[in-house]
Design a protein around this ligand. Structure first.
Ligand code: UD1
Ligand code: MG
Length: 459
């Protein structure tokens, strides 16, 4: 067995507590604030994702408003996450205390994060751990452009003396611009012990987590401070901040994609989801949207105005322009999906083509098959969905309806304009259309009759 681990584990176990019980009044929404999405994922998932990078031994999410929906979203990300219900939102200290049962018997560090602060980076959390040294607690702060209602960090020689909430601050304290992000880290047993001593004797009548550094100091325990960029700790409180967060997420995602080796011809017009994966040498043309669950393999090209969601795109495949890939789409290497083609829940084999005006749903298309313009799988009868199987190297002529369930064997050939209602055997030719008749001179005679009729109506 190899003894080398990719991340050194010298810091010991850590538990994560994410506060997500608040109402988010300013969102003016029936949806709990932390479930509003950034990059197609609830903001809660962004916070959880970053925390998962710490490989935590335990993770707890404190829920209150919209508890069931928030709990379900948390479990969707981390199935064994501890859900801690905070019936009344009595303050951030009370919220962390709500997670006490989930921390029972845990020995190590605990980090407190907010569900509505989705951009705190893993590296920043690791810095809090690394720089803790002899400090009992660590607080993440930032230099605020507009300190406003943030808690102020009152520093002393050894680190942090105390945090003062804006509503409780003196004018001199309000002049301090170093503010509290809300992220706090420390020894779990110490934090739980200190939390028990927090009172709500303050301007807001709340139990403040921010009382911990002063309470620690009374016991001779010091608190250290790490500063990060203000943008990293920005909380989201209303729809304007949400759109700003989305914009920042997209800027970051585009940069990451390009650093990882994708070409974005007009990056500002390409929109990513939190889980989009582009391999090196993918080219994305302008105006492309990646919904959740998309992976694109090396050398593939996503042409302009395409919309992809829940899709795997194989090596060197070409998608678009104007293509729509819906969930369950798997394109093998070298597949070609052209303009105004929609694919849903279907495997498209290596080198297979559907280049124009086609719908392929609940289907598998064999390698090298060619679907002509206007090929439609009729997968839904109003009650159930049915599958269409198209064999390797099959050729489907234009304007063909394939009424599922139906199978075209390998090498089958379907004549243009055919409505397929029965299976076609391997290498068989299917044709189902009324034979054409040409009547000599009939068009001329018809025009004369129609013209005469119109002249009579005008009299
Ligand atoms: C808090 C900090 C403040 C800091 C600011 C940074 C306190 C007392 N103040 O203030 O120093 O500058 O964050 O944004 O901690 N929550 C619960 N249950 C509760 C109360 C809050 O789960 O009972 C959650 C909220 O949903 C939110 C987070 O905790 O995600 C912070 O609460 P919030 O009310 O926004 O605190 P601030 O007043 O912003
Ligand atoms: Mg807040």
């Amino acid at each position: 067995m190899s003894s080398s681990a990719s991340t050194p584990d010298f810091e010991g176990p850590i538990a994560v507590v994410i506060l997500a019980a608040g109402k988010g009044t300013r969102m003016r929404s029936a949806l709990p604030k932390v479930l509003h999405e950034i990059g197609g994922a609830p903001m809660l998932h962004h916070a959880m994702d970053a925390a998962l990078g710490l490989a935590p031994a335990r993770m707890a999410v404190v829920v209150g408003h919209g508890a069931e929906a928030v709990a379900a979203a948390a479990r969707a990300k981390v199935p064994d996450v501890a859900i801690c219900a905070q019936e009344q939102q009595l303050g951030t200290a009370h919220a962390v205390l709500t997670a006490e049962p989930a921390l029972e018997g845990f020995e190590g560090e605990v980090i407190v994060l907010y569900g509505d602060t989705p951009f705190v980076e893993l590296e920043t959390m690791q810095r809090l751990r690394r720089e803790r040294g002899e400090h009992g607690l660590m607080v993440l702060g930032f230099e605020a452009e507009e300190p406003g209602r943030y808690g102020r960090l009152i520093l002393n020689n050894s680190g942090l003396d105390r945090i003062v909430e804006a509503k409780d601050a003196t004018p001199q304290q309000l002049a301090v611009t170093t503010c509290n992000s809300g992220v706090m880290l420390g020894d779990c047993a110490l934090i739980l012990k200190l939390l028990a001593n927090v009172s709500n004797d303050n301007a807001q009548g709340e139990f403040y987590l921010t009382d911990l550094p002063a309470l620690a100091a009374e016991q001779g325990v010091t608190t250290g401070v790490v500063l990060c960029d203000e943008a990293e700790t920005a909380g989201i409180n209303d729809r304007l901040e949400l759109s700003d967060a989305e914009r920042r997420f997209q800027v970051h995602a585009r940069e990451e994609a390009m650093r990882a080796g994708a070409t974005l011809i007009a990056p500002e017009t390409v929109f990513f989801s939190a889980d989009t994966v582009l391999a090196p040498d993918v080219v994305v043309e302008p105006n492309v949207i990646f919904g959740p669950g998309v992976r694109v393999a090396e050398g593939a090209r996503i042409r302009a105005f395409s919309h992809l969601e829940g899709a795997d795109v194989g090596t060197n495949a070409i998608v678009g322009p104007y293509a729509r890939l819906r969930p369950g789409t798997h394109l093998a290497a070298d597949a070609r999906i052209g303009n105004f083609v929609e694919i849903k829940n279907a495997e498209i084999g290596e080198g297979a083509k559907a280049n124009h005006l086609t719908y392929v749903g609940d289907a598998s298309v064999g390698p090298g098959a060619n679907l002509g313009a206007g090929t439609i799988t009729c997968n839904y009868d109003g009650f159930s969905k049915h599958r269409t199987e198209i064999g390797a190297g099959a050729f489907v002529g234009v304007n063909t309806a394939l009424i599922a369930p139906v199978t075209l064997g390998d090498g089958a050939y379907v004549a243009t304009g055919t409505v397929i209602t029965q299976d076609v055997p391997e290498d068989g030719l299917a044709i189902a259309r009324t034979p054409q008749q040409n009547r000599e001179g009939s068009a001329k005679r018809l025009r004369q009759v129609l013209a005469a009729r119109k002249a009579k109506q005008k009299e």
